[in-house]
Design a protein around this ligand. Structure first.
Ligand code: HPA
Ligand code: ZN
Length: 326
């Protein structure tokens, strides 16, 4: 339709996506075969049919199972390349990609293989598609702070190729405060920071992210609406929220798209961006996320353009790069 082509044609950002959550089902089967691994599904349709979740944990269980097919440098290259090609076709001009090394290094994959594969594919996409790209290292909040510190040490040889540090995984019971020293260390080493907060966790976790971790952005952030003082501060400081509407729907953070708080967040003057999170698992890239919000919440064309523009403003780029993207 006209609106679909319009949204796809808009130069967009994807600031909250996980490389290991971007493996399309057929690629997962191909990588499994290449590595001599047997999956619980034989066809892409069967695998896609398993993408039905009750909550964040039921998703994480499958997501970490899927991580097993990424073993060699070539695997990391191929999955990153496939996402970037698809995102480019979707009209994404700036993508910031998370990867969580702990899922792979714990099984013996050297950090060098992971970093070379991902960075090589990113360099190709810069060259072939003219995309602006940044890599962010994400740690697991359900593991310990010393584990996270070890990841930070491991990736220091690639410091100049990493724009930021983030954190994901099982949120409830693993508040930001558990990682206060880790985020301090990340900031001390010159990284931008962001953290998943207020997805399944409460507004208090978003508060901790802001005050204790002093992050530059919040990933998700939905739950902030329960705390009016917090909303005021986030709006005043223009802290970007990387919202992922279809992720929220599929993980039952919201019961339907009509219940999604996107418009409420916007109405409070928050710096809202729309992102894909884990596109195949949640059945949508950035365009589908924007269109789902438009259909359910009645976003105007101006509101869609505003959300896309917010993404460029929230990107971890220099002012010079930002002007080039606008
Ligand atoms: N939340 C927590 N952990 C994750 C997510 C998410 O949305 N995506 C990938 N890992
Ligand atoms: Zn995420």
């Amino acid at each position: 339709t006209g609106i679909e082509a319009f949204v796809r044609g808009l130069p967009k950002t994807d600031l909250h996506m996980h490389i290991e959550g971007s493996i399309e089902p057929q690629l997962m089967l191909d990588l499994a075969a290449r590595n001599g691994l047997k999956l619980r599904w034989d066809t892409a349709e069967a695998l896609r049919g398993a993408y039905r979740f009750q909550n964040l944990q039921s998703f994480l269980d499958l997501y970490f199972e899927g991580c097993k097919v990424l073993v060699t440098e070539r695997d990391f290259h191929d999955v990153t390349r496939a996402y970037l090609r698809r995102a480019h076709e979707d009209g994404v001009i700036r993508a910031e990609l998370f990867i969580g090394p702990q899922s792979f290094t714990e099984r013996g994959t050297p950090i060098e293989a992971l970093m070379s594969g991902v960075l090589g594919a990113m360099e190709e996409a810069r060259r072939e598609h003219g995309m602006s790209l940044g890599l962010m290292i994400s740690v697991h909040r359900h593991r310990t702070e010393p584990d996270a510190m070890a990841v930070l040490d491991q990736v220091m040889p690639w410091k100049d190729h990493i724009i930021g540090i983030g954190m994901g995984g099982a949120e409830v019971g693993n508040p930001p405060s558990k990682f206060a020293r880790f985020f301090q260390a990340a900031r001390d080493r010159g990284f931008r920071t962001t953290v998943h907060a207020g997805e399944e966790g409460p507004a208090a976790y978003v508060r901790e992210a802001l005050d204790l971790l002093q992050v530059d952005r919040i990933d998700h952030g939905n739950a902030c609406l329960a705390d009016h003082d917090l909303v005021r501060e986030l709006a005043a400081q223009r802290v970007p929220l990387t919202v992922c509407p279809l992720s929220n729907l599929r993980l039952k953070v919201v019961s339907s798209m009509r219940e999604h708080p996107l418009k409420a967040l916007m109405a409070h003057g928050l710096h809202v961006t729309v992102n894909s999170d884990d596109p195949p698992y949640f059945d949508g890239y950035v365009t589908e996320n924007l269109l789902a919000c438009r259909d359910a919440l009645g976003l105007s064309t101006e509101e869609i353009v505003g959300l896309v523009r917010n993404g460029v403003e929230a990107a971890f780029v220099t002012e010079e790069e930002r002007q080039a993207l606008l």
